[in-house]
Design a protein around this ligand. Structure first.
Ligand SMILES: NC(=O)c1ccc[n+]([C@@H]2O[C@H](COP(=O)([O-])OP(=O)(O)OC[C@H]3O[C@@H](n4cnc5c(N)ncnc54)[C@H](O)[C@@H]3O)[C@@H](O)[C@H]2O)c1
Length: 340
């Protein structure tokens, strides 16, 4: 079985990608320092897959640990999820974000070079587009100045990857620009585990539905959108996981020195109010919400043009917004009133 290293594999997207990789015949190997995840995820994975997933508890910035993993396994490629990802926090501790997100990529690329592992799929984000001048946003749409140190780390990491390829490196790279991943594995055995107060809409919605939060504040209803609330492209995390499998498969027969990047979204935008209404429909629960002021740094509207990912990688989403919200709600019911 072809082994794929998943950095940050105990995290939200990484754990779902581990399932998708096994289903496609790969063996995932996880490294995670559990700075933003819980070891219970490994039990959830074992329950879904009926076998344990090999993992290393360690930090991607620890070169010795990375070398040990590359030595002990016969890796075909790497999917690099490990990063610090809270936009707000990144404005308070930018150096931690630059250090973690950028150093880990550099050490990873150097270790890959040392061990002759060529293929890497990198977690980028639609945040690199800022508020794009055209919608739906294409991969060729110019990137904007980052709104946060977190967003800047994604831009810088994309640049590091392109410079690495331009230098003639024997590497094959895909950067995936995720839109807004939501939902959980349909088994409800793994899902999103935000630590503390969720910064993202859907965990806040499900926690409010479960009575963990008293109410949800909608940040502004005076945007230039049909109902005045912000619009995002919400993608089911299992669809996003599949895009990684497609990417790893696609890289396998490419020549050295290959780089490409893809939007991964549904191609549809939904407003905050549409998400709330869809949640009420799938859960059968009225949601306690209030309209509040705009939140600094929020983009008004963004959704993906998915022509490239569908024509080149042959990927398209299987799930819709209601499916994703249903899975997110079932996951919340599984967690109960537990605050993570
Ligand atoms: N979730 C989103 O909305 C979203 C959107 C766009 C891009 N991304 C990117 O996708 C990737 C995965 O996101 P996620 O939502 O799964 O986040 P997550 O926090 O759930 O997962 C990241 C995992 O990486 C681990 N980690 C962090 N730094 C590490 C290090 N130095 N060494 C080892 N492990 C480390 C954390 O413990 C965590 O388990 C991140 O790079 C993130 O920036 C996420």
């Amino acid at each position: 079985m072809k082994q794929i290293l998943i950095t940050g594999g105990a995290g939200y997207i990484g754990s779902h990608t581990a399932v998708a990789l096994v289903n496609a015949g790969f063996e995932p190997i996880i490294i995670d320092n559990f700075s933003n995840s819980n070891k219970n995820v490994l039990q959830g994975l074992e329950a879904i897959l009926s076998k344990p997933v090999k993992y290393y508890e360690g930090d991607c910035n620890d070169r010795k640990m990375m070398e040990k993993i590359f030595k002990e396994n016969d890796l075909q490629g790497v999917i690099h999820f490990a990063a610090s990802k809270a936009v707000g926090e990144s404005t308070q501790i930018p150096l931690t974000y630059y250090s973690n997100n950028i150093n880990s990529l550099i050490i990873l690329l150097e270790t890959m070079k040392e061990f002759g592992v060529k293929d890497i799929v990198f977690s980028s984000s639609c945040t690199v587009y800022g508020q794009p001048d055209e919608l739906p946003v294409k991969e060729t749409t110019p990137r904007k100045d980052a709104e946060s140190p977190y967003g800047n780390t994604k831009k810088i990491c994309e640049d590091i990857l392109t410079d690495h390829i331009k230098s003639g490196a024997e590497a094959r790279v895909i950067a995936l620009r995720y839109f807004n991943p939501i939902g959980a594995h349909p088994s409800s055995k793994i899902g999103e585990l935000p630590l503390g107060v969720p910064a993202n809409l859907v965990p806040f919605v499900t926690q409010t539905g479960a009575g963990i939060r008293e109410k949800i504040t909608v940040f502004g209803d005076d945007y230039n959108t049909p109902d005045g609330t912000c619009i995002r492209d919400y993608i089911h995390v299992m669809d996003l996981a599949d895009a990684h499998v497609k990417s790893i498969e696609y890289l396998a027969d490419k020549k050295n020195n290959f780089f490409d990047l893809f939007n991964v979204g549904t191609g549809n935008g939904n407003s905050v109010m549409e998400v709330i209404k869809a949640f009420e429909k799938v859960s059968g629960k009225p949601l306690n919400y209030e309209i509040g002021a705009r939140r600094a740094g929020d983009i008004e509207k963004v959704w993906a043009n998915t022509d490239k990912v569908s024509s080149v990688l042959g990927w398209s989403p299987k799930y819709g917004l209601e499916d994703a919200l249903k899975d997110a709600w079932n996951w919340q019911l599984h967690l109960g009133k537990e605050k993570v």
